[in-house]
Each structure stands twice: as C-alpha cells, then as structure tokens.
Design a protein around this ligand. Structure first.
Ligand SMILES: Nc1nc2c(ncn2[C@@H]2O[C@H](COP(=O)(O)OP(=O)(O)OP(=O)(O)O)[C@@H](O)[C@H]2O)c(=O)[nH]1
Ligand SMILES: [Mg+2]
Length: 230
C-alpha cells in the first residue's frame, strides 16, 4: 500500500452524511450507508502526493477514537446537517477538542450537508445546480442552519486555536454547503481542501517524521542523592 503523505479527517455527529460525502467524492455515487464503526480511510492521489481521507464515526460510543484519528492531520472537515442546528452545536461542544492533536497549521473546513432537502430557491443559480422552479421548492423545508451560523463557528474555532483571522483562509472560503445525494459542491469541497493541504504536506515532509523515542534504548538515570535529604 502507498504511504500517505498527509491526512484529512472528517468529523461530525452521526447521520450528518460524512460517509456519504466520501462515497460521492471517491466512488462518484450516492448509496445506502450504515452508521460507521470506528473509522475507515480512502487514499487519494493529488498531484505527487497521497492524501489519506479519514471517515470517523459520529456515534458517541466511538468518541474516544476521534483525537487519535486527528493526530497530525493537515485538515479537518467539520460536518453538520443544514437541517439540524444541534449537529452544528455538537461540532463546538463535542468535536472541536478532538482536533487538539492535529498539526499546528491544520486547516479547518465547516460543511453543511443535505442541502438538497432544503428550500434553496433563494440561493443564486450555480453551474452545479440547475435553477429550480418556485413550485419545486414547495415540498422542501427551510434550512435550520444559516451560512452565518457556520461562519460564526469558524471564527470561534480561530479563537480556540488562538489564530489571527488575517493568517488563515477567510471564513467565507472555508464554510461550504453540500449535498452528497446530488453531488452539489462535493468536488469543490474536497479539491479546495486538497489544494490547501499541499503546503502543509510539503512542510511536514521537509521536517521529516515526528520525533519518536526508542524505548529499547532507554537507560534509567542513576539515582543521585538529593541534596536536601542526604
Ligand atoms: N437527502 C440527503 N440525505 C443524505 C445526504 N447525505 C447523507 N444522507 C443520508 O443521511 C443518512 C446518514 O448518512 P451517513 O453518510 O451514513 O452519515 P454519517 O455522518 O457517516 O453517520 P455516522 O457514520 O453514524 O457518523 C443516510 O441515510 C444517508 O443516505 C444528503 O446530502 N442528502
Ligand atoms: Mg459514517
């Protein structure tokens, strides 16, 4: 198996569509999913680099694994469901702390999925989405999470990471709305993230593998008498 040069991790509550987004991007289709157990990854060749994309389980019982998957990550894709405000709040309450183990210059994308279920008639036309008639919007629900809510979360993340807004990509650039079902903006999401992780991969490679300690080499230090207790 090819060795990955960099790592991208999808995090978010159960049922928001992390696995479906990955299937859509990697396998070009929307298929039935089962709730993820533990985690799984795909390898994506991007230019000369191999990027591993990790799909994690949103279920509470697997929460402890999250920070392990994030270790050294060059990018984290925080995913919510645009029809569930709770799923956005969970990103801050439950998932953000898991990213403490990511690379110091890790980039963050916030993704609102399942936009196909919403009344998106107010959105401007887009090459990925043919214009809908007003009638076809009738059966859809109004979006529960506004783009501004995601942008506010991105700004909170910067504060949490003690990053300055002018040193990182703009919030508007890093907040996405997608549909794994129709494919809307899915390629755009992953490819924007891949472009951004390349400089991080280059830096990580230049610095070499993370420092490890060989415990077979370990020799306990000779006990010295402490001055005060001698
Ligand atoms: N309408 C619609 N349904 C979606 C979309 N993405 C996912 N779903 C459905 O939402 C459900 C959950 O999708 P998954 O991809 O398994 O969600 P997940 O985030 O991987 O969930 P866990 O593995 O439990 O963390 C499935 O029934 C999907 O078919 C979407 O863009 N639109
Ligand atoms: Mg899943």
């Amino acid at each position: 198996m090819k060795k990955p040069d960099g790592k991208v991790v999808l995090l978010g509550d159960m049922n928001v569509g992390k696995t479906s987004l990955l299937h859509r991007y990697m396998e070009r289709r929307f298929q039935d999913t089962v709730s993820t157990v533990g985690g799984a990854f795909y390898l994506k060749q991007w230019g000369p680099y191999n990027i591993s994309i990790w799909d994690t389980a949103g279920r509470e019982q697997f929460h402890g694994l999250g920070s392990m998957y994030c270790r050294g990550a060059a990018a984290v894709i925080l995913t919510y469901d645009v029809n569930s405000l709770q799923s956005l709040m969970e990103l801050e309450d439950r998932f953000l702390a898991l990213t403490d183990s990511a690379s110091a210059d890790c980039i963050f994308a916030i993704v609102g999925n399942k936009v196909d279920l919403t009344d998106d008639c107010a959105l401007p036309p887009d090459e990925n989405r043919p214009e809908k008639s007003v009638a076809s919007c009738g059966a859809k629900v109004r979006k529960q999470v506004r783009a501004e809510d995601a942008i506010a979360l991105y700004k909170k993340i910067l504060k949490y990471k003690m990053l300055d807004e002018k040193d990182v990509p703009a919030a508007e650039k890093m907040c996405f709305e997608t549909s794994a079902k129709t494919g809307y903006k899915v390629d755009y999401l992953f490819e924007t993230v891949f472009e951004m992780v390349v400089p991080i991969i280059v830096r990580q490679k230049a610095e070499g593998p993370p420092q490890t300690v060989d415990i077979t080499d370990y020799k306990p230090a000779k006990r010295t008498k402490s001055g005060c207790c001698a």
